[in-house]
Design a protein around this ligand. Structure first.
Ligand code: ADP
Ligand code: MG
Length: 477
């Protein structure tokens, strides 16, 4: 017999299928998995946050209607977003074999046990699993972030091959810790998962753990609150390959740095592997203790650079191949050509394009890609800086940019300075004080005064208003 939730979802799908074209259905509904039906709430699993947002934005009415049809007026829908295809619901729980569970009233909930006195504790302790010879750790690895799916290019050759070497021989190479750093969206998280997956593949007996630094911090805070810091420490000291992502978040968190320092030392001494990622090279990290930074330099620090055009095309090709999508080569090349600095954005553009085409029932063409990129790039990529504004304003009046920072009270320069302040206030998130600082070392009151003056002039002086409109256009290209 079929589970009820599966049956309900299947009925919904029948209606949805009738209301959509084939491509949209296949793109947005086929990958959804029904998980459970409880209290008249149907939970469905979607592959990503993006997916969820897309469904909410575009199909909410249809979804609501079909759910109500099936479950009546109180019927509701909930999403479960997974990062990891194969594991169930909560990626942060550690899985216990059923036989080792202490029976509780609710057999679905494993009650954590306090090792020392053997009592069931009320506060969940996620770190220690009693009575097990071998700990079972949920590695938190995403299967799709494999080495196979990580395209090699000049931009990442060193980091990739060091990562591979580490994965084949964890703790035994000179690359310990392996420290991977880059700007956002260039593959740090992907590569660090790839290492973990590869280790698990080659050494199934090894305990691998991927943890985001924020998660590590939160776990530590909880451990302090629940007074089980030792369990926390022991848990981490048992790991064979510890991957800690975005270490820069430890900045300023002294207590957590301290405990991480101990974990690091313990693991390193025992020949366990550490993989650390960061948005900066160790020497550039701020707010981290020197003793920790010096350890980060023990192994190898390798960076990921922006991929060149060829690599970007290869990344897109791999991605559409994996997703089973067909897309003309010239469109792919156009995307790779237009989005240059961030692989995540590149993939975002690809997904958007697919979505556009399936929703509007348009074929994927260069024209569609162009329209989409125009919107996409304008919406996401460009952040206007004060520097940029100063340059536009000075260029407009034909004066050198440094004159804004000079002491001069010449009328045209004063005006340019005031305009730079006005536009900076309008187009950036900087505070008045911060704007004043970089526009001639003035205080916030001067900036405020400048903004008022410009506003007044816009209302009273036609010529001035034209200047402002012209500059405004240039700022927003
Ligand atoms: P970071 O952690 O540096 O911000 P991610 O690892 O999250 O970046 O990468 C962003 C996206 O780009 C991911 O979907 C990842 O799979 C993809 N990506 C980055 N580099 C590559 C590469 N060399 N080959 C294939 N995909 C890549
Ligand atoms: Mg990352």
């Amino acid at each position: 017999m079929k589970d009820l939730h599966a049956e309900v979802w299947e009925n919904c799908l029948k209606v949805i299928r009738d209301n959509l074209n084939y491509q949209s259905f296949k793109t947005w509904f086929a990958p959804i998995k029904p998980i459970k039906l409880e209290n008249n709430i149907l939970t469905i699993q979607v592959p990503s946050q993006f997916f969820y947002e897309w469904l909410e934005e575009h199909y909410i009415t249809l979804l609501k209607k079909t759910i109500r049809n099936e479950l009546g007026p109180t019927g509701r829908l909930e999403y479960s977003i997974v990062m990891e295809g194969s594991y169930a619901n909560d990626p942060y729980t550690i899985k216990m074999p059923a036989s080792n569970r202490k029976a509780t009233n609710n057999p679905a909930v494993a009650m954590p046990i306090d090792l020392k006195n053997g009592n069931a504790k009320e506060i969940p302790n996620p770190f220690i699993i009693p009575g097990l010879k071998k700990i079972q750790v949920h590695s938190q690895l995403n299967e799709s972030y494999s080495f196979d799916n990580f395209i090699e290019g000049d931009c990442n050759r060193l980091a990739r091959s060091a990562g591979y070497a580490v994965a084949c021989n964890p703790g035994k190479t000179a690359f310990n810790p392996l420290f991977i750093y880059s700007a956002v969206g260039l593959g740090k998280t992907h590569l660090s998962h790839a290492i973990g997956l590869q280790v698990k593949n080659s050494f199934p007996e090894k305990t691998v753990l991927y943890v985001a630094t924020e998660q590590f911090i939160q776990q530590f805070i909880d451990a302090v609150r629940n007074n089980n810091q030792n369990d926390f420490l022991h848990f981490y000291q048992m790991i064979d390959v510890l991957i800690i992502d975005d270490i820069q978040w430890l900045s300023g968190k002294e207590k957590t740095q301290d405990v991480f320092f101990h974990i690091f030392n313990h693991l390193h001494q025992k020949g366990k592997q550490l993989v650390i990622t960061s948005d900066k090279a160790p020497v550039e990290l701020k707010g981290l203790e020197p003793r920790l930074l010096s350890r980060f330099k023990w192994g190898l620090a390798a960076d990921l650079q922006v991929p060149d055009l060829e690599t970007r095309i290869a990344i897109l090709k791999k991605r559409i191949y994996k997703d089973g999508i067909a897309m003309p080569d010239d469109v792919l090349e156009y995307l790779a050509y237009s989005i240059t600095t961030n692989v995540r954005e590149l993939e975002g553009a690809l997904i958007s394009l697919m979505a556009q085409s399936s929703l509007n029932k348009k074929a994927i063409t260069i024209e569609l890609a162009k329209q989409m990129i125009d919107k996409f790039v304008k919406n996401t990529a460009r952040e206007i800086s004060i520097d940029f504004i100063q340059k536009i304003v000075c260029d407009y009046f034909g004066i050198p940019v440094d004159s804004i920072n000079s002491k001069t009270r010449k009328r045209d320069i004063v005006q340019a300075r005031q305009l730079a302040m006005y536009f900076s206030k309008k187009h950036t998130k900087s505070s008045l004080a911060a704007i004043g600082l970089v526009c001639g070392n003035k205080d916030h009151a001067t900036v405020l005064h400048a903004c008022r003056t410009v506003n007044n002039l816009i209302e009273t002086d036609k010529q001035f208003r034209l200047y402002v409109e012209e500059i405004e256009k240039r700022i927003k290209f």
